[in-house]
Ligand binder design. Structure first.
Ligand code: ACM
Length: 546
């Protein structure tokens, strides 16, 4: 009995898959990949067969043959195939069986086969991920039988490219990393006070003017004390052309990642107002913002503004085929609307109670527009204030209460609370040893302990919780290497929260697997933060003011 247990533990230590598969049964023996191995596919999984061959080539140097018929007996095979009877493991689930002579991947849909391939990559030594040939390695994996499928349909990561522009090649790397962790939503925060990052053909000044700021505030000085502000004097900017976007969308699609583009309105819009002053409330000339915080410059609620943004959304919908379009909606201070004759006239003529209802009306106009085009509006939880638009999905960031309210009202919800999913927060209480961050404290074990479905919800209401996502706001994250530092390995923990059944989650086991997984991230050139595993000091509510 003890010997069997010891054997099981030894065998198990060969498996360091993140997120942890639902069912994993070790078998006797090993499979060794050689240059003679053949990949066989059916017609529906042929593209994935080539993708697998491409994944395996750089490190092994083997150009594996991909073919549709079985090779002669005795030739080692990786067999890929779709089998619609496997629906039991869901559209994203798969079976992966490894024996001495054969790797068999079966899934109901291509996404599942893709995730099986990601698992397979994690069964090999970490160096399988290297972009150059690795000499002297036996590409051996343990025999195993895996049946696997996700807990949630929305397994996401967000990236703010408004505060700091991130190059196209990095966006692709980020998408690759999401897919490697079986995440399937990339929330691309494309517009901000400090920069508009998506080319819009009808309104070229959005990027001509809005994509460039003169300089950037240095450090994190007191926001109320302008005498303490220093600026770097360095212009900053950049944007994605529509061709860039098409390229990234195609890249994401082939990795089963749906991009959720965010076009902020009516707040966080100073760069747009800088480009087109008629979108603002005061008719004055602004520049893209050079500081951080919540900006009082918001869009005016005039009919021309509505039309302008619907025209923007028309181009956005043509570029992004995904179902959800994010319209922001957060942090829209109402001082300018309170002082604006146009906004006050709108409130009167529409019979609204106040400025919150006016924002709600604005959001409804976008909801109707997107719904009429077969898409769904998603917004931050402020869109609940003043009444929720009928078809809206809510992203709950100021805690989970917005998510609870929306789910109870029958709306879909994505959980994104600062307490567990804001990866711009510090990873240590000793902030002197960390790069400057916005504040807060979110260690790895807190991310891992996140439960996306609030206990308050009934089973019916809980079905509206699509999943969750990690946020990477970039006020204090100037470049890709820092994004990686803030996102990893916290995104690994979140990936497991969103994939693995709740009862199968085990932090000690996760950290054991993480040791191997960090070697993978190193090979992938990810500048992850080495986690300090162990007791987390108690902290009070540390949500920073954004
Ligand atoms: C947010 O963090 N303002 C959504």
């Amino acid at each position: 009995m003890l010997a069997a247990l010891a054997l099981a533990l030894t065998l198990d230590s060969g498996f360091a898959v993140i997120p942890r598969p639902v069912h994993l049964t070790p078998k006797a023996g090993t499979f060794t990949l050689t240059g003679a191995t053949v990949i066989t596919t059916d017609a529906a999984s042929r593209a994935l067969g080539f993708m697998l061959a491409d994944y395996l080539f750089p490190a092994t140097g083997y150009r594996l043959v991909v073919r549709s018929s079985a090779p002669p007996r005795g030739v080692p095979v990786i067999s890929l195939g779709l089998d619609s009877t496997l629906r039991t493991v869901s559209d994203e689930g798969y079976r992966l069986d490894v024996s001495r002579s054969r790797v068999t991947i079966r899934a109901a849909r291509p996404a599942g086969a893709f995730y099986a391939i990601q698992t397979l990559r994690q069964l090999f030594p970490p160096t399988i991920l290297r972009e150059a040939k690795v000499a002297g390695t036996a590409w051996t994996i343990p025999a195993v039988s895996i049946e696997d499928y996700p807990r949630f349909s929305w397994r996401g990561m967000h990236l703010d490219v408004g505060r700091h522009f991130m190059p196209k090649e990095f966006v692709k790397k980020y998408i690759d990393l999401l897919a490697f962790h079986k995440m399937n939503r990339f929330h691309w925060h494309l517009t901000e006070d400090q920069g508009w990052r998506i080319e819009i053909k009808q309104y070229p000044r959005l990027t001509l003017v809005g994509a460039w700021r003169r300089e950037t505030i240095v450090g994190r000085p007191d926001r109320r004390d302008s005498t303490s502000w220093r600026f770097d004097g360095q212009p900053h900017g950049g944007f994605y052309t529509q061709d860039d976007i098409r390229e990234i969308v195609a890249y994401a699609q082939s990795r089963f990642v749906t991009i959720v583009p965010e076009i902020e309105m009516p707040g966080h819009s100073q760069a747009a107002i800088a480009a087109y002053p008629e979108l603002g409330n005061k008719g004055d000339t602004l520049s893209p913002w050079t500081r951080w915080g919540v900006d009082e410059n918001i869009l005016n609620p005039g009919e021309q503004t509505i039309r302008f943004y619907q025209n923007v959304l028309t181009e956005v919908m043509a570029l992004f085929p995904g179902h959800w379009i994010h319209i922001g909606g957060d942090e829209a201070p109402k001082a300018q609307w309170k002082a604006s004759p146009l906004a006050q006239e709108r409130i009167r003529e529409l019979g609204l109670k106040d400025e919150d209802e006016l924002q709600s009306w604005f959001t409804r106009r976008m909801d109707e527009f997107l719904t009429a085009h077969g898409r769904s509006l998603i917004g931050w939880d402020e869109i609940l204030q003043g009444g929720l638009a009928p078809n809206a999905t809510v992203m709950s960031w100021r805690g989970i209460e917005g998510g609870i309210a929306a789910a109870r009202a029958g709306h879909d919800v994505v959980m994104a609370p600062g307490s567990h999913t804001y990866f711009d927060y510090y990873q240590s209480t000793d902030t002197t040893r960390e790069p400057l961050a916005i504040g807060g404290f979110l260690p790895l074990d807190t991310v891992y302990a996140f439960e996306p479905v609030p206990a308050e919800l009934t089973a019916d209401e809980a079905r509206h919780v699509l999943g969750a996502q990690g946020q990477v706001w970039t006020e204090y994250i100037p470049d890709p290497k820092r994004v990686e530092y803030m996102a990893f390995p916290r995104a690994c923990a979140l990936a497991e929260v969103l994939w693995t059944p709740r009862d199968e989650r085990d932090y000690a086991d996760f950290t054991r697997r993480l040791a191997t997984h960090l070697a993978r991230l190193a090979v992938l050139d990810v500048n992850y933060r080495a986690p300090s595993i162990g007791a987390t000091p108690p902290v009070s509510d540390t949500r920073p003011s954004r």
